[in-house]
Design a binder for this molecule. Structure first.
Ligand SMILES: Nc1ncnc2c1ncn2[C@@H]1O[C@H](COP(=O)(O)OP(=O)(O)OP(=O)(O)O)[C@@H](O)[C@H]1O
Ligand SMILES: [Mg+2]
Length: 197
């Protein structure tokens, strides 16, 4: 779900670094891969449709966990998800949600200066200067699911729940009408229970 954090290092008093595990895309490799990399270069991790479902499931569970701690991520996107394989050749590809650089407490919601050319994953109410919320994280998760669904070469068309989730999170006029994380996680768990296409 998340990278293991060893601690905080500070070279200068005002600058702090989180020191975390390095998540290599395969055991023993020196490089990592984001979900965007996996979509752009599908021949590298050779992820099957049901593995993308597993990745979405892990990210949704991570967001659900953060929200249960009253933390908003505020930058959920394909570049901020690491995907990797473990040593078990039969295991599905896994995912970790990274980059809590924009995170905030739900009780102290931030507003962001959004660069619209680079931020289509940001909820419209946040893009116009409004405060973030759990609903804006859900919009971003839906946008990410839409990226997985739309990406040329992917076979998640076999898994219609991915499009249903994307539509259920980004198409609503009111943020509060977006799908809940509970419903998203249930849909993904049901899709995972189906045999591979
Ligand atoms: N724990 C990790 N293990 C392996 N690679 C990582 C890890 N954390 C981050 N990376 C790599 O570094 C990139 C940038 O990390 P991160 O998203 O945390 O920072 P950022 O502030 O968004 O930086 P940037 O603006 O360069 O994207 C990730 O997209 C990923 O490729
Ligand atoms: Mg990032």
């Amino acid at each position: 779900m998340f990278t293991y954090v060893f601690g905080v290092s500070s070279e200068r008093e005002s600058v702090h670094f989180l020191v975390s595990e390095f998540v290599s895309c395969r055991p023993g490799e020196a490089s990592s891969m984001t979900l965007q990399d996996a979509l752009d270069r599908p021949t590298e991790l050779l992820m099957k449709d049901y593995e993308y479902i597993n990745v979405l499931h892990e990210v949704a569970t991570g967001v659900h966990y953060l929200h249960a701690q009253h933390i908003l991520h505020n930058d959920i996107k394909t570049d901020n998800v690491l995907v990797y394989r473990t040593a078990d050749p039969r295991a599905k590809a896994r995912a970790k949600l990274i980059d809590l650089g924009n995170a905030c407490w739900e009780s102290r919601p931030a507003c962001f200066d959004v660069d619209s050319s680079r931020s289509s994953h940001i909820a419209p109410e946040v893009a116009v200067g409004g405060p973030v919320s759990s609903y804006s994280d859900i919009y971003s998760f839906g946008y990410l699911a839409g990226n997985v669904d739309d990406h040329p070469g992917q076979v998640v068309a076999e898994r219609p729940c991915v499009k249903a989730i994307a539509d259920g999170c980004v198409k609503q006029a009111r943020p509060t009408d977006r799908m809940t994380l509970g419903a998203i996680i249930r849909l993904l768990a049901d899709a995972e229970a189906k045999p591979p296409a």
